[in-house]
Design a protein around this ligand. Structure first.
Ligand SMILES: Nc1ncnc2c1ncn2[C@@H]1O[C@H](COP(=O)(O)OP(=O)(O)OP(=O)(O)O)[C@@H](O)[C@H]1O
Ligand SMILES: [Mg+2]
Length: 328
């Protein structure tokens, strides 16, 4: 059984279709990410999965339960970290977790133990008696994740876990989320508009744009899917380059260029194509002086499927302003 299973999910707000017929499965113990720009429908999807919003049509199962028919069963099995900070800034880290535990029905010794454990796991024990308003953005995010984990959920939902954080803090949060998967076996569903986050952290990624999943797979699969590994072969002079190009089966090339004795070969899979290039060159008596290849990044993949580039910095600024606004 999948941890999350979604079939033809649709959410309309009046005439706007925010989620437009998406289907996907998240396996147990994986980190699955929704990568998409502002307004793509990421938060709307999360809101449906965590039972805060009803879909217009389609079905979603979380931990085996239908989100519309058995919302309480779903809620018992999940943890949530919202896009906007939702801790109480005037309380300490310890108090925030304690109150959350009370809400979830934990009491007495067990509650105290869970609070301490969660603080320890988030590496916040030293700061547990400090008011949250004195925490850094990264500490607040770790506290929120720790809070989402207090009732030991099977599945954790993270809506933009590292939004507006600096690169070092972001990397720490990634480590923390990986630790959750590796040591606690938690399934993680996250959304992000950071390409690097999807690439570095997610086992599988769905690229979402205008409410639709335009591509889905592991970061490697997505990159291979756009068939754009580029192999550079230097053979020394133009005539050898032209001869080598003649000898190669054009069927294996997505495209090619030749410049000053260097062939740039665009292929779907460089590790398969490189041996062939050597073989053909050796058969034709052409000496290869240098060969190297580069892989496309997930930004190339995003551009390929959406026709647009993602600009992290712009999004960052917008987010920071938005977040400050809401925290006030
Ligand atoms: N409650 C609502 N009422 C009307 N429209 C909404 C509502 N919630 C979201 N929308 C719209 O639905 C679309 C998807 O919004 P959503 O918040 O899911 O996007 P997102 O991918 O999370 O974007 P962001 O990166 O800004 O968080 C947007 O056009 C948004 O304006
Ligand atoms: Mg959102």
């Amino acid at each position: 059984m999948s941890a999350i299973s979604v079939r033809n999910l649709v959410k309309k707000f009046g005439s706007l279709t925010a989620v437009d017929g998406i289907s996907f499965d998240v396996e147990k113990g994986e980190i699955f990410g929704f990568l998409g720009p502002n307004g793509a429908g990421k938060t709307t999807t999360i809101n449906i999965l965590v039972t805060l919003m009803r879909p217009t049509s389609g079905e979603a199962y979380v931990a085996g339960y239908n989100v519309v028919e058995e919302p309480v069963k779903v809620r018992e099995r999940i943890g949530i970290v919202f896009q906007d900070p939702s801790v109480d800034r005037n309380l300490t880290g310890w108090e925030n977790l304690y109150i959350h535990g009370l809400v979830y029905g934990l009491r007495g010794e067990e509650l105290r133990r869970r609070v301490e454990e969660s603080l320890e796991f988030a590496e916040l024990t030293k700061f547990k008696d400090v008011e949250v308003k004195n925490y850094s953005g990264g500490m607040i995010r770790r506290l929120e994740i720790a809070r989402g984990l207090m009732h030991k959920p099977e599945i954790l939902f993270l809506d933009e876990p590292t939004i507006g954080l600096d690169p070092q803090t972001r990397a720490k949060i990634w480590e923390y989320v990986e630790k959750l998967r590796d040591e606690e076996g938690v399934t993680v569903f996250l959304t992000t508009h950071y390409i690097e986050e999807a690439e570095r952290l997610c086992d599988r990624v769905a690229i979402i744009d205008h409410g639709r999943i335009v591509a889905m797979g592991s970061p490697d699969e997505l990159k291979q899917g756009i068939g754009k590994d580029v192999i550079y072969v230097r053979v020394g002079d133009n005539s050898s380059a032209a001869r080598l190009l003649e000898g190669l089966n054009k069927g294996m090339l997505v495209s090619y260029k030749e410049l000053n004795g260097v062939l740039a070969l665009s292929v779907s899979n460089a590790s398969k194509a490189i041996p062939t290039v050597f073989e053909v060159a050796s058969r034709m008596g052409i000496r290869i002086e240098e060969i190297k290849y580069t892989q496309p990044s997930l930004s190339d993949v995003f551009l390929h499927y959406t026709g647009r580039e993602m600009r992290d910095e712009e999004a960052d600024w917008r987010e920071v302003i938005r977040m400050r606004h809401r925290m006030r």
